[in-house]
Design a binder for this molecule. Structure first.
Ligand code: SF4
Length: 585
């Protein structure tokens, strides 16, 4: 084992920041990451065992027990659940003869669940040995398992349906056409153009991109980095999947432009593990750019303009989509959000000024630099210029990717996607807001409904409360646990939703939900805790009857408190500790 671990460490030049890659290689070799491999790693990389375990235990796709040669992850996000994820799990269980969360008796197959894999437009879906497969049904599963048993992996089955193009982001594109402009404008002019365009970050928070770049450029430290956040993990979103597949070089041009503006020499694209099947494709796109001297030394023959990009694969974590958590992950650590300030533009990757922008922002910036700020401002609204990519899924006739101008009304969107009989529209993913069909005049724009792009539509046959429960369960699983209000508060909200769904809740439980939401949101460190309360609060507002019908009139129910059950987890921790270290008393 030692030889193999050393070989892997050597491949990554014993670079501690490449710990995720090292773990991926170890897992590929052993099908999991054995305890003694971690011990060897501790001495090879000179990292403490506890830090290594910290990182290892944080990521969803890393296993510390044998996890099967072929690992199957069924997507249990809200849309996949509506389209039968539960039956998909049962079907795999029966064909593989194993229970979800474990391996089959031979140890060849491992069956697990995971949150959104970016396939909500073709639900129900699963990742099979990192290969996405959508529109699963019993016959398809039977065939897949039979093929797998004969050593045949499924083909990648991703359909990218673009339902609407606005010719801003998704128009025609020729390699190099955007960065060509860099020959004629200075870095200061680049930042001015981006600022004048008014573009705001497409990840959801909407920070002005030009301002971010100007702040980075103003730092005294001259080593700077450009990071592309390709970790779209918001349930229901899949539009970056499309950009990365069909416009990777447009995204890379955006990174090159950002690099030129602040004088960065290295860029990293952080690719979510669920999109690992795109890694080879992205590497090929980079190789072509290097070959055409659009990356590397003296790009476009501009003296001293040296910049290159590498791809970093994630390992499964929603919160890593938060920019400071992403930087931690890039440094080979747990993806826990940092306390801000300092902001990444001041102290980002390896403590150096760093621009972190998402895939869509960078692709948009490339178009802006080619066509100019005034051209961009012709689209959208004054406060939200340009266009936005939406990932539409759920109960509509035309799910898929839409490029729309900011300012589009909800009513117009429902018409475009042909949503007949919609009851609720969840905009912005699990952390977004829940609207009713009455909200047709609301606008998708930073001044009204900002969004990272996920739009999920639920018709009147759906149980909205169950969908809300799915969202809360997702936050319980994805909270990094740093802040007590987020860690414990989501568990409380989940419990309250259980009471409501089982008919055990009283009116006071609805007040409790609001009370807890009032604590969790304002006292959480990062966007996850600050926004996880949105769906439940907004759905209570939009559909008060759905909740009130489920709760009883009386003040409060007496719920027996089982001390043994409530303390069982603590007992297990104590037992585990005793097994390792002896009696703790
Ligand atoms: Fe972690 Fe939640 Fe705190 Fe964010 S809010 S840092 S996810 S515990």
């Amino acid at each position: 084992m030692k030889d193999e671990i050393q070989k892997i460490c050597k491949k990554y030049h014993y670079d501690k920041t490449r710990l995720l890659d090292i773990y991926w290689d170890i897992q590929k070799y052993f099908n999991y990451i054995p305890q003694n491999a971690v011990e060897i790693l501790a001495s090879e990389l000179d990292i403490s065992l506890s830090q290594l375990k910290d990182t290892l235990s944080f990521y969803h796709f890393f296993h510390q027990k044998p996890a099967g040669e072929i690992q199957i992850y069924v997507d249990t996000s809200a849309i996949c659940e509506l389209y039968g994820a539960h039956d998909v799990i049962k079907c795999f269980e029966s064909h593989l003869n194993c229970k979800v969360g474990s391996t089959d008796p031979s140890g060849k197959f491992g069956l697990y669940t995971t949150s959104c894999i970016g396939m909500s437009d073709q639900a129900p879906a699963a990742l099979i040995q990192n290969i996405p497969v959508g529109r699963l049904n019993p016959n398809k599963i039977k065939r897949i398992v039979s093929d797998l048993k004969n050593g045949i992996l499924p083909l990648i089955q991703v359909t990218n349906t673009v339902q609407k193009k606005a010719d801003v982001l998704l128009g025609t594109y020729t390699l190099g056409e955007c960065i060509n402009t860099l020959k004629t404008i200075t870095p200061t002019e680049v930042i001015k153009t981006v600022t004048d365009s008014g573009i705001r970050g497409r990840g959801g928070a909407g920070f002005a991109t030009g301002k971010k770049w100007a702040l980075c450029s103003a730092q005294t430290e001259k080593t700077r980095y450009i990071v592309c956040n390709a970790d779209e993990g918001e349930p229901g979103t899949f539009k970056d999947r499309y950009l990365l597949r069909y416009f990777p070089q447009l995204v890379f041009e955006g990174m090159i432009i950002a690099a030129r503006s602040v004088g960065a020499q290295q860029g990293i694209l952080y690719l979510r593990a669920e999109y690992s099947y795109l890694k080879g494709h992205l590497e090929k796109a980079l190789a072509e750019m290097r070959q055409k001297q659009l990356l590397g030394k003296n790009i476009l023959k501009i003296p001293d303009f040296d910049f290159d990009i590498r791809i970093q694969l994630g390992a499964g974590s929603y919160v890593v989509g938060e920019e400071t958590a992403l930087l931690e992950s890039l440094e080979g650590k747990r993806g826990e959000p940092r306390v801000r300030p300092p902001f990444p533009v001041e102290q980002g990757y390896l403590g150096k000024p760093t621009i972190v922008n998402n895939v869509e922002t960078l692709a948009s910036v490339a178009r802006i630099i080619k066509n100019g700020a005034q051209w961009y401002r012709k689209f959208g609204t004054e406060l939200s210029p340009g266009t936005k990519l939406l990932s539409v899924s759920g109960d509509c006739e035309k799910p898929g990717i839409y490029e729309v101008e900011w300012g589009l009304s909800v009513g117009k969107l429902l018409e475009l996607v042909k949503a007949t009989n919609p009851m609720a529209i969840q905009i912005g993913g699990a952390s977004g807001i829940c609207l009713s069909a009455k909200d047709i005049d609301r606008k998708i724009a930073f001044e009204d409904i900002p969004t990272g792009g996920s739009v999920m539509i639920f018709n009147k046959k759906r149980d909205l409360l169950k969908i809300m429960k799915n969202f809360i369960e997702f936050f319980v699983a994805e909270s990094c646990g740093c802040c007590v209000p987020c860690r414990a508060g989501n568990i409380v909200l989940n419990e309250q939703m259980e009471y409501i769904l089982s008919g055990e809740a009283a009116k006071v439980d609805l007040q409790r939900i609001k009370h807890w939401a009032g604590i969790i949101g304002p006292s959480s460190r990062c966007g996850l805790g600050q926004t996880c309360i949105n769906p439940i609060l907004t759905s209570m507002q939009a559909f008060p009857k759905l909740y009130s019908e489920k709760v009883k009139e009386h003040e409060a129910l007496f719920r027996p408190f089982d001390v043994k059950e409530k303390t069982s987890e603590y007992d297990n921790i104590v037992k585990a500790h005793q097994n390792r270290h002896g009696d703790i008393s």
